[in-house]
Design a protein around this ligand. Structure first.
Ligand code: 5RP
Length: 229
């Protein structure tokens, strides 16, 4: 399928993700342009799922628009699968997420899920995380402290101008980090006072990635969780 655009690849994996959705269950649904294509595919099969726990207001609106019932996280004990995109994914299934600013709710829904299925176009696959700026959701009062700490790690910190998350907080993007130990860095940043969460998904990494390539959908299966994950 040479000549496919990035949008074509997103649509390809959005459709392919349906194979990983159990019939009649409530599932978790992420946020972003790739997930939008998944929602389109889901909407084309009425009754395929009983509903969804959504990771953003944007996704909730899109789900409802195609007739899918949206559940609160608290109404559902577990979901069998969480389908979401990524900004980067490494060879272990660790990801950077939050390009769309929905990282905290994405992590909350991922935490409910037995399995994280990442859907991404081939450009998202990287050997080491950090080429994409790391989003960090921050309570406004802590912005200067969190900025200083990220700078001490070597990052260039750029506040996301004019952006407020669904949780009413701010996002900064940390440029130039080389994240060779995602688990350690996720835990470290998340412990700083005022950080809501950072966009490293190591503790909630993907078990499977459907990668859209010009040769078709490549299925990446990741090994069992490393200790501590
Ligand atoms: C939103 C996310 C998205 O999954 C990520 O930004 C990828 O988006 P897209 O599918 O539009 O490339 O983490 O917060």
């Amino acid at each position: 399928m040479p000549g496919m655009s990035q949008d074509d690849l997103k649509a390809l994996v959005g459709r392919a993700a349906l194979e990983h959705v159990p019939r009649g269950d409530v599932i978790g649904v992420g946020t972003g342009s790739t997930v939008d294509r998944f929602i389109d595919a889901l909407g084309a099969e009425p009754g395929r799922v009983a509903g969804a726990v959504s990771s953003s207001e944007r996704t909730s609106a899109r789900l409802r628009a195609v007739g899918i019932r949206v559940f609160e996280a608290g109404e559902v004990g577990r979901v069998p699968v969480y389908i979401d995109g990524a900004d980067e994914i490494d060879p272990r299934g660790f990801m950077i997420k939050g390009g769309g600013g929905a990282l905290t709710r994405e992590k909350i829904v991922a935490d409910l899920a037995e399995r994280f299925v990442c859907i991404a176009d081939a450009s998202k696959r990287v050997p080491v995380l950090g080429g994409y700026p790391l989003p960090v959701e921050v309570i406004p009062m802590a912005l200067p402290q969190v900025t200083r700490r990220l700078e001490a790690l070597g990052a260039r910190v750029v506040p996301r101008a004019g952006f407020v998350t669904d949780n009413g907080q701010l996002i900064v993007d940390a440029h130039g980090l080389v994240i060779d130990d995602p688990l350690a860095l996720e835990c470290r940043i998340n412990q700083w006072p005022g950080v809501v969460t950072c966009g490293i998904f190591a503790r909630h990494r993907a078990q499977l990635c459907l990668l859209g390539t010009e040769q078709g959908v490549q299925v990446l299966q990741f090994p069992a969780a490393p200790s501590g994950a």
